[in-house]
Design a protein around this ligand. Structure first.
Ligand SMILES: C[S@@+](CC[C@H](N)C(=O)[O-])C[C@H]1O[C@@H](n2cnc3c(N)ncnc32)[C@H](O)[C@@H]1O
Ligand code: SF4
Length: 297
């Protein structure tokens, strides 16, 4: 049996679309690690991995260099590292993998805002071409309640700054994250942020309380009432109605979504709206899919 060349510090996460990418851990955990809904890195203390260790991991894949076209940098927010350090890693990747086409990573809007435009351009020139950004909500009140450390303005600022540098973004919005009290403003302001930033890719996930609803409510700063399935669809409908996107590849196909939507916005907006209306009128049909995936709130 052939052994995998490196060991990872678990748990390890990557976006679904990075399934064929080589994953290199350049940091461990998340430097923020406070978002109320997020348990991804709560078991880890944030740290930057030693450069020598990262380089050693990259070297381990040198024998397979010709096959490596996409690299994803983990864990939660590698762009918190200094630009010089990131540039050395990107240079090492390019030197090792001659067929490398894309380097991507997770990034929060603040990670992007803290870099200068010039720094972001240098990162893009060195090969960083896509960032996965958890907007979660465009509404400042929701963002405060979930302790995201962002606002409507900082989110727009970070996304537009990286776009200016030529770096594409894939953004995530969480359906139901503000509960019943903030559902309308969450839907409308999330759509506004997307309209003002026009990301290349966008997706919605449904809030999943991995450690139970009581735990989420404890971490949530405000009154939280969970949305039921129909209310989640209604929130999605309001969000979709307010979207004015020109050419964004839209996916709502994460395991947490009981309604799968895939297409391009604005072209497919009316189709998506009709599909959501069907789901509102017959939520039981959607439950069947959700039960098949085994995903629970
Ligand atoms: C690693 S973060 C994204 C990058 C970066 N750390 C950020 O916060 O912008 C992964 C994303 O998965 C989604 N996510 C994590 N936990 C979730 C949960 N419990 N329910 C729904 N979505 C969740 C959020 O959209 C989150 O931004
Ligand atoms: S959502 Fe992103 S920034 Fe927030 S704790 Fe999770 S990994 Fe960190």
């Amino acid at each position: 049996m052939q052994m995998f060349p490196i060991g990872y510090d678990e748990p390890l996460f990557r976006p679904p679309s990075e399934g064929n990418s080589l994953i290199i851990q350049v940091t461990l955990g998340c430097s923020w690690n406070k978002c109320a809904f997020c348990e991804m890195y709560t078991s880890k203390q944030f740290k930057a991995r030693k450069e020598a260790d990262v380089f050693a991991d990259i070297e381990e894949f040198a024998p397979y260099a010709s096959q490596i076209r996409k690299v994803f940098l983990a864990d939660g927010d590698p762009l918190v590292l200094s630009t010089q350090r990131l540039l050395r890693m990107l240079e090492k990747l390019r030197a090792t993998f001659p067929n490398l086409r894309r380097v991507s990573t997770y990034a929060s809007p603040s990670n992007l805002s803290r870099k200068t435009e010039q720094e972001l351009k240098l990162l893009k020139e060195a090969g960083l071409s896509l960032v996965y950004v958890g907007i979660e909500s465009g509404d400042s009140e929701v963002l405060k309640a979930i302790d995201k450390g962002e606002t409507y303005q900082t989110t727009i600022g970070g996304l537009n700054k990286s776009k200016q540098a030529g770096i594409d973004s894939s953004v995530m919005i969480i359906n139901g994250v503000g509960g019943a009290v903030l559902t309308e403003q969450h839907a409308i302001n999330s759509a506004k942020v997307l309209n003002l930033t026009q990301p290349k890719f966008a997706s919605t996930l449904v809030l999943t309380a991995y450690k139970g609803l009581a735990h989420y409510k404890n971490r949530y700063k405000g009154e939280f009432t969970k949305l039921d399935t129909v209310a989640l669809f209604k929130e999605l409908h309001l969000f979709m109605t307010n979207l004015e996107l020109e050419n964004t590849i839209f996916r709502s196909d994460h395991a947490s979504n009981s309604l799968v939507l895939k297409g391009v916005l604005g072209k497919d907006k009316q189709t998506f709206l009709s599909q959501i209306e069907t789901a509102i009128n017959d939520p039981e049909a959607m439950h069947i899919r959700k039960n098949r995936t085994g995903v629970r709130f």
